[in-house]
Design a protein around this ligand. Structure first.
Ligand code: HEM
Length: 177
């Protein structure tokens, strides 16, 4: 596959990008909602949906990363400031890393607390009294706002390009000729 810079991202990469936005948003909102619920039987279904959303997000992120290496992509966007351009690159890699950490800490929590058999195996066992008894729950709770901060930086940078630098950067992450 050619690696010549193109004017915009490949339609597959565009689809992956916006799919990750929807999945992350859904997993985040559901996670926040769940953390306010008592750990009774009614919480098993939302936890199951949250776990599936997390796994699908990981799968799409891996597919995205592979596609990023193999498909032609536009040259890195520039702000005209070397420091900001470097930050931009770091934030992009950090977004991949933090989504990965989010899912890994969720999986660790699931293993530590035996969630898989309760949620998907129909074991009939009750949920643990408090997820915060597990270190992985603390990690999951710390990584979530860090990921949110990265997303805010990422969106802020996109808006800065679009509306202050007026370079129409968003068009690269959409479909078209
Ligand atoms: C993209 C991936 C994920 C995101 C964005 C995400 C987000 C969140 C958020 C925001 C919370 C609430 C944190 C807090 O208020 O401190 C949470 C809680 C939780 N997440 Fe995730 N999560 C993801 C993946 C996973 C995965 C893969 C699993 C399990 C395999 C999982 C299991 C849980 C559990 C059990 C809770 C605890 C709910 C409670 O305390 O009652 N998460 N998640």
């Amino acid at each position: 596959m050619s690696k010549t810079p193109s004017a915009r991202y490949h339609p597959l990469q565009v689809s992956f990008h916006w799919l990750v936005v929807v999945l992350l948003f859904a997993a985040f909102i559901l996670g926040k909602y769940m953390s306010g619920l008592p750990n009774d039987a009614a919480k098993i279904a939302p936890i199951g949906i949250h776990m599936i959303l997390g796994f699908v997000t990981l799968f799409v992120m891996i597919a995205r990363f592979v596609a990023r290496l193999r498909l032609p992509k536009p040259a890195s966007a520039t702000t005209g400031n070397v420091f900001f351009d470097q930050i931009g690159k770091i934030v992009h890699y950090a977004l991949y890393a933090f989504v990965f950490l989010m899912v890994m800490s969720g999986m660790a929590l699931s293993l530590q607390s035996g969630l898989t058999s309760i949620v998907f195996g129909g074991s009939g066992a009750s949920l643990p009294a408090d997820f915060f008894a597990f270190t992985s729950r603390m990690l999951h709770g710390f990584i979530a706002p860090a990921l949110l901060l990265l997303v805010v930086l990422h969106v802020g940078a996109a808006l800065y390009h679009q509306f202050l630098l007026k370079d129409n950067l968003l068009a690269r992450m959409w479909y078209g000729k």
